[in-house]
Design a protein around this ligand. Sequence first.
Ligand code: NAD
Length: 292
Amino acid sequence: MTVAFLGLGNMGGPMAANLVAAGEQVTGYDPVAEAAATAGERGVTVVSSPAVAAEGASVVITMLPSGKHVLDLYREIVPAAAPGTLFLDCSTIEVADARAAAELAEQAGHLAVDAPVSGGVVGAQAGSLTFMIGGRSAAYDAAEPYLRHLGARFVHCGESGAGQAAKICNNLILGVSMVAVSEAFALGQRLGLTDQALFDVASTASGQCWALTTNCPVPGPVPTSPANRDYQGGFASGLMLKDLRLAQAAAEATGADTALARHATELYAGFVAEDGPARDFSAIVTTLREHG
Ligand code: NAD
């Protein structure tokens, strides 16, 4: 039995390669020729369609851009998959879409989990991703041996959609806290405070958080943060905006009051329109320092 891997992009490509390195037989598909070719060089058997990849697979892993991609693909391949196939979606998508995808798979007699990740491309390459998992216990148990080839931390968060819920709630904290840290550096500068002095105080006081102590948005205090390399190679601001929008959609669907996250979403939308989607999301400090 093989593992079908659908979506061999920035994340899926190295994840599929790690499964090959762990001894799994991986059949993959991606409509982008370059992504497919790179996966082929890493030992993935590349085929011409998702349906062909899923044929005879015991596990179907998806790593796709959006909920629409996942649902369209599930509608195509779920009916043809062998009974009891495990559908493991690692994409970051809306909670409602994750639940709908799991329902499609389960109604056809398959197992399903949503298992979005954090850790980025570096984590995907190193096999050190954190997985947040939603689904029934039997599906979680079936997924775990495969996830162990791909990541280092696994949290079973609850039923279908719970993995996506945990992911977007975490990234809501991240987006809002990065704006807060950046505003503090912008204000501190106008007050004549050096970045290092603010960092030395806040990083050991009650202002401390990951956005400050690991991903510090200004160059200097944390030499490994993306700010020291013109914000290249971090968590892209376009993906932060995507996750904040997913959180807003979930807040609207449930009636949750997320005023700060709504404002952070607007700020990131403006930033991405101005700066593009590619640089690390901490680069928002540059516009916050210029404006106002
Ligand atoms: P990506 O755009 O590099 O890869 C997605 C791939 O899916 C593309 O290569 C695309 O051609 C392929 N695809 C589209 N339709 C397909 C189909 N029908 N069948 C097979 N393949 C198809 O994106 P990525 O950075 O790899 O992100 C993938 C997912 O992981 C997204 O949901 C993203 O939000 C999430 N994520 C990304 C990061 C990151 O740092 N890049 C971190 C955490 C989570």
